[in-house]
Design a protein around this ligand. Structure first.
Ligand code: OAD
Length: 253
């Protein structure tokens, strides 16, 4: 075991209050596409071009087609070793897990005290804000080939279960505010002994700022990521590697 891995494993074993923040890299080994880097693009679009209210207003069928593609991919995925290690840590008192992932894999691995900053891809909400609370819909899928163009596609998009208007994915898009309760909970989780960021490019705020906040409050900070990120130089220990390989080693010092 490398010295940095051993140091972090010992720090994790000794910490009373651990906070873990995760991104798409944690689910990569499960087969969920990441947003940035290799395989991160859908057709020619970047996430910032599709995950916005503006994109949905302009072309709801295009945005729903992207979400349908992601839902289909995710439906066939299982939690991997990294999710299971984090779920194990979450059973320790004082451990909190914050995720940007909308894929439900932390939930399916049995993670407790989970703060889901960006929502769930399996939930929908009313685009017209009719007052209906968000609801879960795992059944809707993109209409088959031949039914996907223009007005036909728009007629097959999911509808609000209350008012019949257009439904949207109940996820947080660029330019939208996060649920204030989730932000409060995430900031509260920065009061910890050890703050570990895993599998995130650390460029999307506010999640990307949490590690700096935790460090400011005196936490020991660490990162596990395949590639260097803006957080790498700020943390006390930075381990370059795959979450599904590194986390099981961290769990057994
Ligand atoms: P990104 O796709 O931006 O970053 C994934 C990070 O994981 C990259 O730094 C990869 O190097 C790393 N990575 C890939 N495979 C890995 C593995 N097996 N183990 C460890 N690291 C690995 O995903 P996020 O940082 O989660 O938001 O993206 C943040 C937000 O941007 C998402 O929640 C989403 C997106 O647009 C919204 O849709 C609002």
């Amino acid at each position: 075991m490398h010295a940095a891995t051993r140091e972090l494993a010992q720090a994790i074993a000794a910490a009373r209050r651990i906070t873990v923040v995760t991104g798409a890299g944690v689910s990569a080994a499960s087969g969920v596409p990441t947003f940035r880097g290799e395989g991160g693009l859908w057709r020619q679009y970047r996430p910032e071009e599709l995950a916005t209210a503006e994109a949905f207003r302009r072309d709801p069928a295009l945005v729903w087609e992207w979400y349908a593609w992601r839902r289909e991919r995710i439906a066939g995925c299982e939690p991997n070793a990294a999710h299971h290690v984090i779920a194990g840590w979450s059973r320790r008192p004082g451990c909190r897990v914050i995720t940007q992932n909308v894929d439900d894999l932390h939930v399916r691995a049995g993670t407790r005290h989970l703060i889901r900053l960006h929502g769930s891809i399996w939930e929908m909400s009313c685009w017209d804000h009719c007052g209906q609370a968000k609801w879960r819909d795992e059944a809707w899928s993109w209409p088959g080939p031949g039914e996907v163009s223009g007005a036909m596609a728009n007629r097959r998009l999911p509808r609000c279960i209350r008012c019949g208007g257009l439904a949207r994915p109940a996820v947080v898009w660029f330019g939208e505010a996060l649920d204030p309760a989730d932000v409060d909970a995430a900031l509260g989780a920065c009061d910890c002994d050890l703050f570990l960021t895993v599998g995130t490019s650390a460029v999307v705020h506010p999640a990307a700022g949490l590690v700096h906040e935790a460090r400011r409050r005196g936490a020991f900070t660490a990162e596990v990521n395949l590639d260097p990120t803006p957080a790498s130089s700020a943390v006390a220990v930075s381990i370059r590697g795959r979450a599904e390989d590194v986390l099981p080693r961290l769990a057994r010092p």
